[in-house]
Design a protein around this ligand. Structure first.
Ligand code: NAD
Length: 298
């Protein structure tokens, strides 16, 4: 299949690479030359522009930071037309970015007006899942469009869920990430308390992992440096899922909670804690660095 892939960051690059390895013809694009160069070195085809990447594509996939990037790409702005004007009718568009459900619906409406099916398919599983091709996709859109996307999604993920109509994938994703943001703070708080009591974080992590405090952060993404060699905490909190991206997702959850009248007090507190962490210069670091807010610094 001819696939255009736009957005080659921490997640997009390994996802595009998995499609290339599976035998698809990938035309990838990113605004950052450093991002495209890495993929070019791995043998993936690079397009000089987003417009060029979609020429002749049967499927277009985007993996961008936030709503404004996705709306800017597909819908354009005062200075340039969006990609929707360039994509051939009938081409399937899969947006895997985590954005507002309302933005997903705007993009899908613009696609529908030109006969271009659009699904929102945000992911969970982190950069490790993206590299291993074991991501979880939460899909919003028509079932028939998901079935068309499925063979492509299966090359990047292990679990594919149909959450509902357009925007439902985003709604599921913010519920999950709100929980993850809260869990990471709780896990960090417990590990910092243990360390302040002289406990070995490795031993404490193992105790809690096998006890009722067990959770994904302890299982796969320990925030304490040195406990888990592959986790961002053991690599100076580089790579992984940025604090600013978690802050964005908690903002989406807060806005959504207001719009549907839901009570999310811990989500709101978590958003404030990540905001404080970001303001003190930690925005680009992995979100598990939130433990530094709770620890005595040297
Ligand atoms: P990232 O910042 O590493 O990468 C985003 C890339 O998009 C960058 O390389 C940037 O240059 C590029 N970009 C921005 N605007 C563009 C445009 N108009 N055209 C082409 N390229 C453009 O972000 P990421 O960590 O890869 O995350 C991408 C999305 O996936 C976000 O919505 C994030 O919330 C979500 N997500 C991330 C993770 C994670 O662990 N990193 C996990 C699940 C979901």
């Amino acid at each position: 299949m001819n696939i255009a892939f736009i957005g080659l960051g921490h997640m997009g690059a390994p996802m595009a690479l998995n499609l290339h390895k599976a035998g698809h013809t990938v035309r990838a694009f990113d605004l950052s030359p450093a991002a495209t160069q890495k993929l070019a070195e791995a043998g993936v085809g690079i397009a000089p522009s987003a417009e060029d990447s979609v020429a002749g594509a049967e499927v277009v996939i985007s993996m961008l930071p936030a709503s404004r990037h996705v709306e800017g790409l597909y819908l354009g702005d005062d200075t340039r037309p969006g990609l929707m004007a360039r994509i051939e009718p009938g081409t399937l568009v899969i947006d895997s970015s985590t954005i507002a459900a309302a933005s997903s619906r705007k993009v899908a409406d613009a696609g529908a007006a030109r006969g271009i099916p659009v699904i929102d398919a945000p992911v969970s599983g982190g950069t490790g899942g993206a590299v291993a091709g074991t991501l979880t996709f939460m899909v919003g859109g028509e079932a028939a469009h998901l079935e068309r996307a499925r063979p492509v999604l299966e090359k990047m993920g292990a679990n594919i869920f149909h959450a509902g109509g357009v925007g439902a994938g985003q709604a599921a994703k913010i519920c999950n990430n709100m929980l993850l943001g809260i869990l990471m703070i709780g896990t960090s708080e417990a590990l910092a308390l243990g360390a302040a009591n002289g406990l070995d974080p490795q031993v404490l992590s193992e105790i809690m992992r096998r006890s009722s405090g067990g959770n994904w952060a302890l299982e796969k993404y320990n925030p304490f440096p040195g406990v888990m060699a592959a986790a961002p905490a053991s690599k100076g909190y580089a790579g992984g899922f940025g604090t600013d991206l978690m802050l964005k997702d908690l903002g989406l959850a807060s806005d959504n909670a207001v719009s549907v009248g839901a009570a999310t007090p811990l989500g709101a507190l978590a958003r404030s804690l990540y905001a404080a962490h970001s303001l003190s210069g930690h925005g680009p670091l992995d979100f598990s660095s939130i433990i530094q807010l709770l620890q005595k610094q040297p």
